[in-house]
Design a protein around this ligand. Structure first.
Ligand SMILES: *[C@@H]1O[C@H](CO)[C@@H](O)[C@H](O)[C@H]1NC(C)=O
Ligand SMILES: *[C@@H]1O[C@H](CO)[C@@H](O)[C@H](O)[C@H]1NC(C)=O
Ligand SMILES: *[C@@H]1O[C@H](CO)[C@@H](O)[C@H](O)[C@H]1NC(C)=O
Ligand SMILES: *[C@@H]1O[C@H](CO)[C@@H](O)[C@H](O)[C@H]1NC(C)=O
Ligand SMILES: *[C@@H]1O[C@H](CO)[C@@H](O)[C@H](O)[C@H]1NC(C)=O
Ligand SMILES: *[C@@H]1O[C@H](CO)[C@@H](O)[C@H](O)[C@H]1NC(C)=O
Ligand SMILES: CC(=O)N[C@H]1CO[C@H](CO)[C@@H](O)[C@@H]1O
Ligand SMILES: CC(=O)N[C@H]1CO[C@H](CO)[C@@H](O)[C@@H]1O
Length: 344
């Protein structure tokens, strides 16, 4: 009974914890003005989990430091914010931030926005994808009106960006999706000079390399890309040389090829696409030329067809959609500009 209670408490608190592994070049010592709550040497066989457990059950323990080599767990008080703990020396340690963000220099800061490293290239309309190794791949985007082919990787453990290999083609307002094996598929976009792209390329995170894959049938920007339950990628709508598109196509990762699938009833760009719990894809709003759309439609992968579904209460374009944990879709904002939000 007691053991079960302990385990469930630990699990319930786990999402409030951020841990940073600190390498041998860093020793953490307390700023003299930073109150030490307790200094425990954990018994042989203990791990960092025990230190997390101690911190989570100590009143006011936003920050703890765990020294792996001698199992010392130091817990610090509420006032131990960024600037109160600094590093030097040569030991293996981890900083544990409980209900805090990990800021620069491995210090725990109150929840909120923390400035982190700068990208090497300023970008508008790039993509950002979280890789399975935890790094974030950012691709393309406009810089000074010119589409970029460069890509960079963000390392959350250091807050640093490193240049990745460049894409073969410069792109903005393109899409990036993570395939089931971790490869990133980048599709379409605007190359600049009125050149709309139908090309697509794959980023292999282990090799750090790009390879071209099959070309879409239709060049497009401001389209959407969604990973279906069978691993295929559904691309919908978008914009191409003053024409808004009703077409949709499917990428098969096994063959690297694209096939046209059912057309949407309405041509749309600047729309959203979300996967529902039943596997269907919900497409909302967007615009067809100067007409802002309130309509929404559903794609059924088993029949490759679209069906209209209920209209949104207002027309929205350049809005955003987020799938909540209970799989309802939260649609927010949009053109002109709206502060309203609605749920599907
Ligand atoms: C924690 O206790 C150990 C053993 O008494 C001691 O060596 C160490 O200096 C203490 N650390 C701090 C930060 O007080
Ligand atoms: C554990 O190691 C740290 C870092 O070397 C040191 O500051 C601390 O005093 C050690 N704790 C004990 C109990 O020896
Ligand atoms: C403690 O932190 C404050 C604020 O960052 C700093 O001014 C001070 O020099 C630090 N003290 C020590 C002993 O490191
Ligand atoms: C992952 O899938 C892509 C697309 O099918 C393929 O090109 C790539 O070789 C695969 N990578 C691995 C490591 O299997
Ligand atoms: C889909 O729409 C395009 C025009 O956007 C049209 O050329 C094509 O024939 C349509 N396909 C089907 C199956 O209706
Ligand atoms: C949805 O909106 C469209 C365009 O505004 C309208 O033509 C259509 O009748 C609406 N459908 C329903 C069911 O209200
Ligand atoms: C007790 C103490 O010195 N606390 C300081 C911790 O660091 C923050 C800034 O990061 C200061 O505002 C606190 O005064
Ligand atoms: C957030 C950040 O910029 N972290 C580090 C990136 O790398 C340099 C050294 O190349 C460090 O000085 C930064 O602290």
């Amino acid at each position: 009974m007691h053991l079960i209670l302990v385990i469930s408490l630990l699990i319930s608190s786990i999402d409030a914890i951020i841990i940073s592994q600190v390498h041998r070049s860093s020793l953490f010592f307390t700023n003299s003005s930073c109150a030490l709550l307790s200094n425990i040497t954990l018994p042989a066989g203990a791990s960092i989990q025990s230190c997390i457990w101690q911190c989570a059950h100590q009143d006011q323990c936003p920050t703890a430091v765990y020294y792996h080599d001698n199992r010392t767990c130091l817990m610090f008080s509420e006032d131990c914010q960024s600037g109160n703990i600094t590093s030097s020396g040569d030991v293996r340690a981890s900083v544990i931030c409980y209900r805090r963000n990990l800021g620069s220099n491995n210090q725990c800061s109150p929840r909120g926005w923390t400035k982190t490293g700068y990208m090497h290239v300023a970008r508008r309309l790039p993509t950002a994808s979280v890789l399975s190794n935890g790094k974030v791949l950012v691709t393309g985007g406009f810089n000074g009106g010119i589409s970029q082919n460069s890509a960079e990787l963000y390392d959350p453990s250091t807050g640093n960006w490193t240049m990745a290999r460049s894409m073969s083609v410069a792109r903005s307002s393109h899409t990036a999706s993570i395939l089931s094996n971790g490869t990133v598929l980048v599709t379409g976009g605007l190359n600049g000079g009125g050149i709309y792209l139908n090309s697509a390329e794959l980023y292999d995170q282990s090799a750090g390399s790009w390879t071209m894959t099959g070309y879409m049938h239709v060049a497009r920007e401001y389209h959407t890309a969604s990973i279906l339950s069978d691993g295929k990628v559904l691309v919908t709508g978008g914009f191409n040389s003053a024409i808004y598109l009703n077409s949709a196509e499917l990428y098969d990762p096994l063959t690297g090829t694209w096939t046209m699938t059912g057309n949407m009833s309405v041509a749309r760009g600047y729309h959203t696409a979300s996967i529902l719990s039943n596997g269907k894809v919900l497409v909302t709003g967007g615009q067809d030329g100067g007409i802002y759309l309130n309509s929404a439609e559903l794609y059924d992968q088993s029949t490759s067809t679209w069906a209209m579904t209920g209209n949104m209460s207002v027309a929205r374009s350049s809005h955003a959609a987020a799938t909540l944990l209970d799989k309802t879709v939260l649609v927010i904002g949009g053109c002109c500009p709206l502060n309203s939000a609605e749920l599907y």
